[in-house]
Write a protein that binds this ligand. Structure first.
Ligand SMILES: [Fe+2]
Ligand SMILES: [Fe+2]
Length: 286
């Protein structure tokens, strides 16, 4: 077993050959929610790296400084691999590029994006408050990726053969690395400024942005999908609600998302590093 405390960058490239268009249980509603993640995650991961790097030189804890490098390396490869899947989506008649450009304009790098507005306006109120807020948003989003990862390991549909195996491999790899680095941004935020209200304000912004972006992407890809039969939509929605929203993923999320509000919360309160260690112990990723 690998040392669970190491944040190892695995430069892996996945094969997406023969991924069916509706790769989650043959259900387009569930598939397009997951497809939305292929766009939202890379944009988010680049934002995480930008946000945490602003503070990396100030970190006195040597282990944490080393972990920031591992974190940035892992997120860079996550973004790259999710973006590689865009070619497959395009071949399936979807337009991920358009959604990615719109998301960037509204949330991240556009002149009037949420990121720019937060950084510029709050930095004017107090030096670095905007940078701290984007770091706090990052720590909040990392809590979401960690609890989504945790939920995946409890999710019965993830062991179901109706889910494309090459996509499942990508999801488990990403989930395991999210668990490995789940505390990095949280600990950086704590070392830079451990104000409770800063942490909760960032988490609140993270919650709104994440679910709005994922839902918008889902609706966008559904609207583009010419292979959806209208008469099947109600049963697909029912299955999405039963399997995901009310299933283990929804239960896991609702159980863990509020724990972030505890004043003494730390990501390691959720004991799951063994899940990542066990997953990687069976792999020969570089
Ligand atoms: Fe990631
Ligand atoms: Fe992450």
């Amino acid at each position: 077993m690998e040392n669970v405390n190491d944040i190892k960058v695995r430069n892996i490239s996945f094969s997406f050959d023969d991924v069916p268009k509706h790769w989650v249980l043959g259900n387009p509603i569930m598939t397009h929610f997951s497809n939305s993640m292929h766009i939202v995650f890379p944009g988010g991961e680049k934002f995480f790296v930008r946000s945490v790097r602003k503070f990396s030189k100030e970190i006195k804890n040597q282990k944490l400084a080393k972990d920031i490098k591992g974190f940035c390396g892992q997120e860079g490869i996550h973004a790259r691999e999710h973006e590689r899947f865009w070619d497959i989506m395009e071949a399936q008649g979807l337009n991920p590029d358009r959604f990615a450009k719109a998301l960037n304009k509204v949330a991240f790098t556009g002149k009037w994006s949420l990121e720019n507005i937060i950084v510029k306006s709050l930095n004017r109120i107090s030096p670095r408050l905007g940078d701290k807020m984007t770091l706090s948003v990052t720590a909040g989003l990392e809590h979401y990726t960690a609890i989504l990862a945790h939920a995946l390991f409890n999710e019965p549909i993830s062991t179901n053969k109706k889910l494309a195996p090459q996509m499942l491999e990508l999801m488990y790899w990403h989930a395991s690395e999210e668990i490995e680095h789940k505390a990095v941004c949280f600990d950086v935020l704590k070392e830079i400024d451990d104000d409770y209200f800063l942490r909760i304000a960032g988490y609140s912004i993270a919650s709104i942005v994440l679910w709005t972006a994922l839902g918008t992407g889902q609706a966008y890809f559904i609207s583009q999908d010419k292979d959806i039969q209208l008469k099947s939509v109600p049963s697909h929605i029912r299955e999405f609600i039963q399997e995901i929203v009310l299933g283990e993923t929804g239960k896991g999320l609702s159980k863990n998302m509020f724990s972030y509000f505890k004043p003494n919360f730390h990501p390691d309160d959720i004991d799951d590093r063994h899940l990542a260690a066990t997953f990687f112990s069976n792999k020969s990723y570089g």
